[in-house]
Design a protein around this ligand. Structure first.
Ligand SMILES: C[S@@+](CC[C@H](N)C(=O)[O-])C[C@H]1O[C@@H](n2cnc3c(N)ncnc32)[C@H](O)[C@@H]1O
Length: 286
């Protein structure tokens, strides 16, 4: 991503995610929790890479108030949106059903921090995942919703895996999803339309092969209801198809052991077809 390609996305991102049964990162959260139950986590520090508008780190902090939570993203606009959301949630902590996460997770949102005590908020940082660094070792690093597919060069993915290995405490977990060769061409072929009361989204996807690997482009056209008229916003994102075999090799070279790999589609519905692979990795012994 040379310029901030998510700059125009930041304002509409959450509204777009709410057109799905749940935001993607929250729909896949049960997998994250299951992996953490199955494999003991060395500490209670979680870092979400490419966290976007902070949906996952904010939710994690809310549901795990004693944890130290970080959210990092390359896009200053997405991190600014995450900070606004964090501020809003802190402000609304005394009105449990009014916050952003309340809309996403009604059951969880009713859980409140103990009355009157200051709520902990995630630390939100503008950082490139290829070079991110945390002030403390993490027990868990997550990277959700195709964020790793946004890296289109092998050197960048390998560099990111090395940065993850450096940031994890011994035996820490690295949990992420990817669109791999089994789903990529299908995910990036065709057109879809989503509509809500105040938002229409048209998504045109295109798939092509470039020097032996698949590249997908998704062009978004948003119509958002303003005070007196509809506002049109357009932008596109580009992703690379990563093959399972090459990802596995790069993980191993970075010192990350693959523990489990599974195919998932968190919405399990024909209307919302979002197939991914979910990877559970662990930092190997030094
Ligand atoms: C599809 S969004 C996912 C956001 C969030 N994880 C979620 O689940 O809603 C992809 C995100 O990856 C971020 N991104 C792309 N390249 C990045 C990089 N090199 N380092 C950090 N973030 C990056 C974008 O800014 C964007 O916020």
């Amino acid at each position: 991503m040379s310029r901030d390609s998510y700059r125009d996305f930041a304002d509409v991102y959450d509204a777009w995610q709410m057109l799905y049964p749940r935001a993607f990162s929250l729909a896949i959260a049960p997998r994250v929790i299951a992996a953490m139950k199955e494999h003991v986590v060395p500490n209670t520090v979680l870092a979400d890479l490419a966290c976007g508008t902070g949906i996952f780190p904010l939710w994690w902090q809310k549901t795990h108030p004693s944890w130290s939570v970080y959210g990092t993203d390359l896009s200053p606009a997405m991190i600014a949106a995450a900070k606004r959301a964090a501020k809003e949630e802190t402000k609304q902590a005394t009105t449990p059903t009014a916050g952003r996460a309340a809309k996403r997770t009604p059951k969880q949102a009713t859980k409140q921090a103990a009355g009157g005590r200051t709520r902990r908020t995630p630390t939100l940082l503008v950082q490139d995942m290829r070079r991110f660094a945390l002030p403390e070792p993490a027990g868990v690093v997550t990277c959700l919703f195709d964020s790793l597919n946004h890296l289109t060069r092998e050197a960048d993915l390998a560099q990111t895996f090395r940065a993850v290995a450096r940031s994890l405490a011994p035996h820490g977990l690295f949990l992420f999803d990817l669109v791999d060769e089994l789903a990529f061409p299908e995910v990036f072929t065709g057109t879809s339309i989503l509509d809500g009361k105040d938002l229409y989204v048209g998504i045109d996807t295109h798939y092509r092969e470039d020097r032996g690997h698949g590249i997908g482009e998704a062009r978004f056209t948003f119509f958002r209801r303003g005070k007196s008229s509809w506002k049109r916003v357009e932008f596109s994102i580009r992703e690379r198809c990563w093959f399972r075999g090459e990802v596995r090799e790069m993980l191993t070279s970075a010192g990350l052991d693959l523990v489990r790999l599974e195919r998932v589609d968190p919405y399990r519905s024909a209307e919302f077809f979002v197939p991914r692979t979910f990877w559970v990795c662990r930092r190997g012994r030094d």
